[in-house]
Write a protein of this length. Structure first.
Length: 82
């Protein structure tokens, strides 16, 4: 693990690996589960209970469909190690 060469101890190295692994697996599961995502008109959030989501409305599908995994991974890689 590169974390050991970067000066992390064994515990911190395992923590870094697990965080990246869990994030990646989570992303894969979300994408797989989102394959049948409802289309426009399906996101009628109650404005009284969820005003911010109601404001986003049908833009949710378009915004959530963006592939931000590479950007998120760069943030992980460039972040200071624990």
């Amino acid at each position: 693990m590169g974390q050991l060469r970067a000066g992390c101890g064994a515990k911190a190295s395992v923590d870094v690996f697990r965080r990246l692994w869990c994030y990646t697996v989570g992303e894969v599961l979300v994408r797989a589960g989102s394959a049948g995502r409802p289309g426009p008109g399906s996101f009628a959030w109650p404005a009284g209970e969820l005003p911010n989501l109601a404001m986003i409305g049908d833009d949710w599908s378009r915004i959530a469909a963006r592939d931000i995994y590479p950007d998120d991974l760069r943030v992980f890689v460039r972040s200071p190690l624990p």
